[in-house]
Design a protein. Structure first.
Length: 206
């Protein structure tokens, strides 16, 4: 006699990806990340003013403009995902969040080095995201690629600043020293980029 329930023989349905589960379902979830991005933009301007000097102000305002654009993109894609509740809209929302979040880390990395901020902030910004990814159960390939390309861009910027720190004659001593040691962060970012490119090959598409 067959005593098994046929419903229990079917394999369990695969759980949806994390980015689907993170789709905004409340208005507060639509606004949270854009507001955080705007606060970061305000911090860029405030720190630019606090540090004084034309360079710090220009760097702060430029970073704030880029971060503000990211905040707008976060709101637009988050609102569409909230309204549509579709897989495509959720994916666009996720990609935007990743690009803005990782891009913001890259911006913080470069701006802190440019204005001569303590190395601890730069190290945390450069290494924080790749390190956090190590503890993630599964990350889509696009996430890894965004981190890889951002780390590569940070490496290039740090490398340029390192060269300028060694060649510009009228640069203040503290900034010359900071930029010169940027070569170490360029190497660290390059290693992180290579690692993420390699891991991305084995990562799922979504």
């Amino acid at each position: 006699m067959e005593t098994r329930d046929p419903d229990t023989d079917d394999p369990a349905e695969e759980a949806p990806p994390g980015w689907v589960l993170n789709t905004p379902t409340r208005p507060l979830e639509v606004w949270t990340y854009p507001v955080l991005a705007l606060l970061l933009a305000a911090a860029h301007v405030a720190l630019g003013i606090a540090f004084g000097g034309a360079l710090a102000l220009v760097v702060g305002v430029s970073a704030a403009v880029v971060t503000t654009v990211g905040a707008v993109a976060l709101f637009v894609t988050g609102r569409r995902a909230y309204d549509e509740q579709s897989r495509d809209a959720s994916w666009r929302c996720h990609v935007t969040r990743v690009v803005v979040a990782v891009g913001s880390v890259g911006i913080v990395s470069v701006t802190t080095l440019t204005v001569g901020f303590p190395f601890g902030a730069l190290f945390g910004a450069v290494a924080g995201v790749p390190t956090a990814f190590r503890f993630a159960r599964s990350m889509p390939r696009i996430d890894r690629l965004v981190v890889a390309w951002t780390a590569l861009a940070v490496a290039a910027c740090c490398g340029v600043l390192a060269v300028l720190g060694r060649t510009l004659p009228d640069l203040p001593d503290f900034r010359s020293t900071t930029w010169t040691f940027g070569a170490a962060f360029a190497a660290m970012s390059a290693v992180a980029a290579v690692h993420q490119f390699v891991v991305a090959r084995r990562s799922p598409h979504d």
